[in-house]
Design a protein around this ligand. Structure first.
Ligand code: B3K
Ligand code: ZN
Length: 866
């Protein structure tokens, strides 16, 4: 198979545009008819044919200005209409089969609900169209469907008319006054429970809020509706942005490829990110619901009102909207835990992507399948790039830049450069050098080194940036890196360098080497670099273990204090991994003990500091990894840590019990701290009673799951007993059962593949449902280190067998799940060979989707053709 990549540089404005579209759907499970009427206008070359995108449907009729039209060719990817006038009405009738659509892209029917997903290029599975984000049209949508089974029929905008027919069907007409690209179109039809509310905007306009959930789940939707109101208020207060339609609708569906979708006025959500109550959802679930609700709502301005010119610009809306939802979450809960959570995503997943064959800049240059680029790089690194601008400009400057961005571009489809240039207008800092972050891929390395000259009593701190070649780019340039930094003297007091700071605690690294000097202050100065994770870089330094402890005691930046403990853990695990655990001397254990003891009344930081770095994080700073030795080093260290401070951990466990459950910041921190401690204690025999008591006494899902995770760590017999009880309680609730699936799939046991086979036969498992597939197969491939990386390659083979099946029905989900197999670069050569063997099996499949083809072929080419 050879597939041609599209290139960012080849962008050309469309020859035609569409100003208005009226769609008429007659819903039928296997033969839905779609009549589309387009107002088309030529805006380019006078002779150009009209080339419409379209696939996976039947074409029934084409007419121009009410006359049948025959001068067209149908191709694999669309329709080419020749000799068309400069302005005309185009009528196209198509037929689609929603029940057969298992890819969940375009219009599909599952569990009796009709639903669409059009971003990025799904609209072309509904009708022939200029399916690209720079064509903005006004949509009118009529839906006709069975009245009994589809009492609710929704589309974007406002309902303007409805009625009944004599044949048992009814119809409704929706109109969206805001011109929009086709990817923001949505249609939903089904039978739901509905929650309604109102919101009064800052300018006094009253809006209707409507949330649609599965029958019987109304109470589980209340939190999401409250979260929506908080998001609306926050965006008014922080960015001065108000909602623009009269009605805002959210629908929760069970079959959905990703988290949610920001369709104008009609968000469609994976029910996982809407439904939450004390009994069925963890604190983390509540957090995610609030953050995804906010994210989709914030898109109304950053994404919908101002959209992307082309898909290479995806980070324009995603990086910015992630940054906005992160700021919101941080205001709603603990800023420290939020920042740590974001950094974990960067270190565990984004750094891994940068190091892999899929490495790409936040604004990619080449794409075969756009769905493959909804990545942690575009989203999360994209948000880090926005955050750096926020750091450089300050909150007020950033707000001024945003105001200017909307003033210039409201109603347009624009580029990342347009965004930077609006930001430029609000600052004296030249952002030209900074903007390389958009075009350069890879994780920069920053090294901190000290040299002391006794004769002149001068300490020089050298900060070096290094940008290594990545799979996609061999040449690299220096970046503009804002590095937050503080300096500690031996007594814990802060000291300042002679000169060279950009601002208090901020230094700019804009060349390979930057030096800061300290004269007359002695040699004993500890630099604390990368405060608040001020740039998405990998930091190495010459700090000693005792200096990390010093940092924890005295640094001002809470993130740096947490990070110091993480670096220290990383160092300790390395000693175990190298076979010399005795290098972790008594003073270090004692220092860790004292650090924990001193933080006893601060569950927020304690709950984060007692988490040992994940296996995935440890991989990012190592090469040629012996998987099992590293995993074991991590586990043995955790065991020794728990043993050394068991008395202290028990006290912390006991003091962090709360009476009755509430989802509020103080309780969340305390519960998290308690459950993190329980996981550590699960290394020790004394944990059994704690685990069983917590499980049986729990009145909320966080504590129940905390007990199950600890049991999984503790012992298989206890684990299986508790898991059986859990299954009995939740057997009819697949969304909750996903937690159970995930725990089984991540269990460290020699018969894990047999277990996975059993899970696949479970009555609640369904290969059609992406949530189930992610819970079982995804948890295994991403997080079951011992099972996925079994020495005989059986884990890799299992995943491959599964993907070969799944790819036939849902390539998008298959392509997400292949990721761990493509990230072989950190491992020892023998293991790389086993992983590559399975990648070759995938590539040998002649009918492989282009989604998988793009990732697999890149992964195989990387490192072997250079
Ligand atoms: N914009 C959607 C993601 C669409 C993914 C298409 N494969 C959700 C979001 O980022 O808000
Ligand atoms: Zn988004």
């Amino acid at each position: 198979m050879t597939l041609v990549a599209k290139r960012r540089e080849d962008y050309r404005a469309p020859e035609f545009t569409i100003t208005d579209i009226s769609l008429d759907f007659t819903l039928d499970p296997t033969a839905t008819k779609v009549v589309s009427e387009l107002q088309v206008k030529r805006q380019g070359n006078a002779n150009a044919p009209l080339e419409l995108d379209g696939e996976h449907m039947q074409l029934l009729e084409v007419a121009i200005d009410d006359l049948p039209f025959g001068d067209y060719q149908q191709t694999d990817s669309g329709l080419v209409l020749n000799n068309v006038p400069d302005a005309f009405t185009l009528r196209i009738v198509t037929q689609v089969n929603p029940s057969e659509n298992k890819a969940l892209e375009g219009l599909y029917l599952s569990n009796g609900v009709y639903c669409t997903q059009c971003e990025a290029e799904g609209f072309r599975r509904i009708t022939y169209y200029l399916d690209r984000p720079d064509v903005l049209a006004r949509f009118t949508v009529k839906i006709t469907g069975d009245k009994a089974s589809l009492p609710t029929m929704l589309a974007n905008g406002n309902p303007i008319e409805q009625g009944s027919n004599t044949d048992g069907t009814h119809w409704i007409l929706w109109q969206d006054p805001f011109p929009k690209p086709s990817y923001l179109f949505a249609l939903v039809a089904g039978s739901f429970d509905q929650l309604t509310d109102t919101f009064v905007t800052q300018s006094g306009k009253s809006l209707a809020l409507e949330l649609f959930v599965d029958k019987g789940k109304r109470q589980r939707g209340e939190f999401a509706l409250e979260a929506l109101k908080r998001s609306m208020r926050w965006d008014e207060e922080v960015f001065g942005l108000e909602y623009d339609l009269d009605i805002y609708m959210i629908v929760a569906v069970d079959f959905f490829n990703m988290g949610a979708m920001e369709n104008k006025g009609l968000n469609v959500f994976n029910s996982k990110f809407v439904l939450a109550d004390q009994a069925s959802a963890t604190d983390e679930d509540f957090f995610n619901v609030e953050s995804v609700i906010a994210h989709e709502y914030f898109h109304n301005w950053t994404g919908n009102r101002v959209t992307c010119r082309d898909w290479f610009q995806l980070s324009l809306k995603e990086g910015l909207t992630v940054f906005r939802d992160q700021q919101f979450s941080s205001d709603m809960s603990s800023p420290l835990s939020n920042r740590i959570k974001q950094v974990r995503v960067m270190r565990e997943h984004q750094f891994a992507e940068d190091a892999s064959a899929m490495s790409h800049p936040i604004r990619p240059d080449e794409v075969i399948e756009m769905n493959n680029f909804y990545t942690v790089t575009v989203y999360d690194k994209g948000a880090e790039v926005i955050r750096m601008m926020h750091t450089l400009l300050g909150a007020d400057g950033f707000r001024a830049g945003m105001d200017e961005y909307f003033r210039r571009h409201d109603g347009q489809a624009v580029t990342c450069d347009d965004f930077v240039s609006a930001m430029q207008s609000a600052t004296d800092i030249d952002l030209k050098h900074f903007s390389r972050w958009y075009s350069q891929s890879g994780t920069p390395r920053v090294e901190v080194k000290r040299a002391y000259d006794a004769a002149s009593d001068k300490l020089t701190v050298t900060l070096t940036q290094q940008n290594l070649a990545t799979a996609d780019q061999s040449e690299k340039q220096d970046l503009y890196i804002p590095l937050q930094i503080e300096f500690l003297a031996a007594d814990g007091q802060h000291v300042a360098p002679d000169s060279g700071m950009f601002r208090d605690n901020l230094v700019i690294l804009d060349k390979p080497v930057t030096e800061l000097t300290f004269t007359g202050k002695g040699s004993d100065i500890t630099p604390v670099a990368l405060g608040n994770f001020s740039a998405p870089v990998k930091l190495t330094s010459d700090l000693t273990p005792l200096e990390w402890l010093h940092t924890f005691r005295f640094a001002n930046d809470a993130f740096s204090r947490w990070d110091a403990i993480q670096q220290l853990y990383n160092w300790c695990i390395e000693q175990y991994y190298q076979g010399s655990p005795q290098q972790v001397e008594k003073a270090i254990w004692q220092g860790l003990y004292e650090a924990v003891e001193a933080s006893q009344d601060n569950p927020e930081i304690l709950g984060e500091c007692l988490v040992v770095p994940s296996f995935e994080t440890l991989c990012q700073t190592r090469e040629n990894i012996d998987v099992h030795a590293l995993n074991e080093a991590r586990q043995t260290f955790s065991h020794d840590l728990a043993e050394f401070m068991s008395d202290l951990l028990l006290v912390i466990y006991q003091t962090n019990q709360s009476d009755s459950y509430a989802y509020e910041p103080a309780q969340v921190s305390s519960r998290r701290c308690k459950n993190v401690v329980l996981t550590l204690l699960a290394e020790l025999p004394l944990a059994e009673t704690l685990i069983t008591n917590q499980f049986s006494g729990s009145d909320n899902m966080s504590d129940t799951l905390g007990a199950l995770k600890a049991a999984q760590q503790f012992d298989l017999v206890l684990f299986n007993n508790l898991m059986n009880e859990f299954e009995q309680r939740w057997r009819d609730d697949p969304l909750v059962l996903d937690k159970w699936f995930g725990l089984h799939a991540t269990c460290d046991r020699s018969d894990i593949l047999a277990q996975l086979t059993l899970l696949r036969q479970h009555p609640q498992f369904s290969q059609q449902n992406p949530n189930r597939v992610r819970a079982v197969i995804g948890s295994f491939a991403f997080y079951n280190t011992s099972g996925f990386h079994a020495d005989d390659g059986s884990g890799y083979r299992f995943l491959t067998d599964y993907l070969l099946e799944l790819d036939k029905t849902n390539p998008q989900v298959a392509s997400r799940l292949v990721t761990p197999l493509t990230q072989w670069q950190h491992f020892a050569p023998s293991r790389q060979a086993l992983m590559r063997q399975q990648l070759s099996r995938l590539l040998d499949d002649a009918s492989l989707s282009k989604d998988l083809y793009e990732k697999v072929s890149k992964a195989l080419a990387y490192g072997h053709d250079s």
